[in-house]
Ligand binder design. Structure first.
Ligand code: PLP
Length: 416
């Protein structure tokens, strides 16, 4: 075996190989191999659900594992596609766009954000990306100076860890604020160091379904401003916002850049317009962000280093026409209320679900893995909270049919 120097995101690993290269072994990056060959717990459950559905029928499997939107994309999105394709005056429909995105698309998004938040967004502050995941990766790569630490508040989206570590920064977790799932400022203060370059916030939250209040965000802003002044460098909030439009009962989802200037927003239309497979969203770097121009350039450069050429051209044109559309949340809201009220009536302890399409539930007996295994025996698939940095809870993703929600309540009852 040849010795291959370790890179900063993982050492080399020898994998048995059928092509008899290098004595029957092939050298690949260990971290990359691990990520590619082990499915996430969520994907495992989802695949198990598909397998069970083939045996017992889809209607008998209560698969609450995966956050795939269950409401269709708005009709206006389909119409926009038809209109764009019907316009044959230009060949540019499927052509490359500027790497940072079409100006018309960026302007439409800026106009919409300004209408809603009076936030002073300019087209040149926006970078059109391929959904929140690659946008987050580009932002972490842009911020990953040597020794950099990035914090995430538990419970958090499990992919943050590989995104941050893959960018070459250290990933640190701020323990969860149980049971309200706001932010424990005392724990955050303990976690902050002079190496902290950013904290990831996700509100409305996956998996807790909670929304950070204006008061929480103001306290956070005060703490970060103080620490940034102490350390002599900015501490950015990276606001991961695929669920921004998914909030219920009129709850406020504050636009974080209006509370804390050093915020970079990673937005996605995956959930708000039910377009997860189309890969479209944006990064917003507010004009007042510290080192705005350098940061924007570094994000564009990090995306380039990751192979970004431009976001899908057709979808950029759709967003130029549909940036102000909002989802019809009626179906999610009905599921949310029925499941929340049903579980609480059964004695489950559930975080108050103000947003997104998840419930976060305390596992009876305290062991969420054991609960998930027991539930699996009854074809009820829920995700243990360990991967979200919050053991003892499990996640229920309620973007399924209403009939399934109702039919699953007796199964939950049998498991209390
Ligand atoms: N961030 C969170 C919190 C998510 O839940 C998801 C997807 O489920 C993503 C990011 C990735 O979203 P996208 O499809 O925009 O890449």
């Amino acid at each position: 075996m040849k010795a291959i120097p370790a890179d900063r995101s993982g050492s080399a690993v020898a994998i048995p190989c059928s092509t008899n290269m290098d004595g029957g072994f092939m050298m690949v990056n260990e971290v990359a191999f691990g990520l590619g060959s082990n499915r996430s717990c969520i994907r495992e459950l989802f695949e198990y659900g598909r397998m069970r559905a083939a045996v017992v029928g889809d209607e008998n499997v209560y698969d609450y594992s995966l956050g795939n939107p269950s409401i269709p994309a708005p009709a206006a999105v389909d119409q926009a596609i038809r209109d764009i394709l019907a316009d044959t005056s230009s060949l540019a429909v499927h052509g490359y766009t500027s790497a940072v995105g079409d100006l018309a698309t960026r302007q439409a998004i800026a106009d919409d954000l300004n209408d809603r938040y009076d936030a002073g967004v300019r087209a040149q502050d926006l970078f059109i990306g391929c959904g929140a995941a690659p946008e987050l990766v580009a932002v972490f790569r842009a911020l990953a100076v040597p020794g950099a630490e990035v914090l995430a508040v538990a419970p958090y989206f499990p992919e943050y860890k590989p995104f941050v570590e893959g960018a070459g920064a250290s990933f640190k977790v701020v323990p969860a604020d149980v049971p309200g799932f706001q932010i424990r400022m005392d724990e955050l203060e303990k976690a902050l160091t002079k190496d902290t370059v950013a904290i990831i916030l996700n509100s409305p939250n996956n998996p807790a379904g909670t929304v950070y209040t204006r008061q929480t965000l103001q306290e956070l802003a005060a703490l970060l401003e103080k620490k940034a002044a102490d350390y002599g460098h900015p501490i950015y909030i990276v606001a991961d916002e695929p669920y921004r439009e998914l909030a219920y009962d009129g709850v406020e989802v504050p636009f974080i850049p209006t509370i804390y200037g050093d915020t970079v927003v990673c937005y996605s239309y995956s959930k708000s317009l039910s377009l997860p497979g189309e890969r479209i969203g944006y990064v917003y770097v507010p004009e007042k962000c510290s080192d705005h121009d350098a940061l924007y350039a570094a994000i564009a450069g990090a995306a380039r280093a990751g192979g970004h050429v431009c976001a899908p051209s057709l979808w950029q044109k759709v967003i130029a026409r549909c940036a102000s559309l909002r989802p019809d949340l009626e179906a999610y809201d009905r599921n949310r209320k029925t499941l929340y009220e049903g579980l609480v009536a059964l004695g489950y302890e559930v975080a108050k679900p103000d947003g997104a399409f998840y419930l976060f539930v305390k596992a009876p007996g305290g062991d969420a893995n054991a609960f998930s295994e027991k539930a699996k025996e009854k074809d009820l698939l829920v995700v243990p909270g360990d991967g979200f940095g919050c053991p003892g809870y499990f996640r229920v993703c309620y973007c399924v049919s209403y009939e399934k929600i109702v039919k699953s309540l007796p199964v939950f009852a049998a498991l209390v």
